[in-house]
Design a protein around this ligand. Structure first.
Ligand code: CO8
Length: 375
């Protein structure tokens, strides 16, 4: 590897116009559950069908910290005879939904980094799902922005953004790219089972983008040296979606519970928190600094109690809200975009020399982190 210093020079956040509060979501779910229980009363009585329990807004906020979420398309989600967004198929000549979200976030990141598409030579689109296998969404984005070079898609669930940033860092370090555009168009709502009380509240839609480039080309007001990156994966079935291209060959209906996001939430909580805390502590120390030297923690945004527990394990005390900013109250879990939204909204006040850590944790299991320092 060369001695090239690599920086994060700009980020962009695209937020959909539509929101759904816990109250709206619960009202629709409860109407659906009540209708289901009425229609299946005899079978429920015989024990052949399980009764659908009711949801509450209080439980959702207490168990997760989520109050509201943004959705790409609201139409259809609260319709109890549908309970999934109504997203029309676009003709092939039109830009795809995810590429459109990605381009909107990318333009903001380019502006923040003071860059034009001509300065970029690689595009990575990395998220929990892409809406098709090929051509890659990244290549469509590259074409839309007029970028020369190459692009590819990556899927690593909640760690898609941090893992892609690490690949970007490696590419710039190795000299195979000068400046990389990493984009996370998280269109999660179509994969959310709005008929399932345990998970109907968890996710929201958003897109984030980050520019990674050589320090000597950086023209940004706020930029960050990448001091180190660390990734780990460890197989677990506790967070899973079986949706995939074999559905027709399997004679399987796409709208089956196992094809949507599903998880063992308690197990995930118990197993991932210690893994993440250990991963972060080891990573920070490997960069020659201590946990106390970190001014800001931009942590994955799945559950407020997870973030408090991880910060407590690291710091030996509760974090100040400004130390580990929470955005999941208004965005919900946005899969890989969560830590990048937190970074986007809460970094400009840092002083030169301040250290920060971006970290994701989620399905796979997968954990990814970057230790950075404000220039
Ligand atoms: N309303 C009222 N009561 C409820 C509800 C509800 N909506 N849901 C559950 N309950 C009840 C349960 O039935 C249970 O009742 P009882 O005690 O009588 O059995 C009680 O409340 C407690 O239930 P839980 O044990 O499930 O509740 P928890 O306190 O564990 O909270 C959480 C549930 C919030 C899910 C929590 O476990 C959690 O957040 N765990 C961490 C999970 C996590 O972070 N997952 C992230 C994975 S996401 C990821 O990696 C990306 C995937 C790719 C993106 C996918 C896009 C769609």
């Amino acid at each position: 590897m060369s001695n090239t210093q690599v920086v994060i020079s700009g980020t962009g956040l695209w937020t959909p116009e539509n929101t759904i509060s816990n109250e709206e979501l619960v009202e629709a779910y409860n109407a659906y559950a009540t209708q289901f229980n009425t229609q299946n009363a005899a079978a429920i009585q015989l024990g052949e069908v399980e009764e659908k329990p009711l949801s509450t807004a209080e439980f959702i906020e207490k168990a997760s910290g989520i109050k509201s979420r943004y959705v790409y398309v609201k139409d259809g989600i609260l319709d109890i005879d549908r309970m999934t967004p109504r997203i029309p198929v676009r003709p092939e000549e039109q830009i795809s939904d995810q590429a459109e979200m990605a381009v909107a976030a990318a333009r903001k990141a380019l502006a923040a980094a003071n860059k034009s598409p001509a300065d970029i030579d690689a595009v990575i689109v990395s998220c929990a799902y892409t809406q098709r296998a090929y051509p890659a969404i990244a290549i469509e984005v590259q074409n839309e922005l007029g970028i020369e070079g190459f692009g590819f898609d990556m899927l690593v669930a909640c760690s898609a953004a941090t893992f892609a940033l690490q690949r970007a860092w490696e590419m710039v370090t190795a000299g195979t790219a000068k400046a990389v555009l990493v984009i996370n168009p998280e269109l999660t709502s179509p994969q959310l089972n709005f008929r399932d009380r345990d998970s109907h509240f968890i996710f929201g839609d958003v897109a984030t983008a980050v520019i990674v480039e050589r320090a000597d080309t950086c023209k940004s007001e706020h930029s960050y040296d990448i001091l180190g990156t660390k990734a780990v994966t460890s197989f677990s079935n506790n967070i899973r979606s079986n949706f995939g291209y074999l559905a027709t060959a399997n004679d399987d209906s796409v709208a089956q519970p196992h094809n949507y996001f599903h998880q063992q939430g308690r197990k995930v909580f118990k197993e991932v928190c210690p893994m993440a805390a250990e991963h972060i502590a080891t990573h920070v120390q490997s960069c020659g600094i201590q946990v106390e030297d970190i001014t800001r923690w931009w942590l994955h945004q799945a559950n407020i109690n997870m973030n408090v527990l991880i910060a407590r394990k690291l710091l030996g005390r509760d974090p100040e809200p400004s130390e580990a900013p929470i955005i999941l109250d208004r965005f919900a879990n946005t899969a890989s975009a969560g830590s990048i939204i937190a970074f986007n909204l809460y970094h400009e006040d840092l002083k030169s020399g301040d250290h920060g850590l971006i970290c994701s944790f989620g399905a796979g299991y997968s954990i990814g982190s970057l230790v950075i320092r404000k220039r």
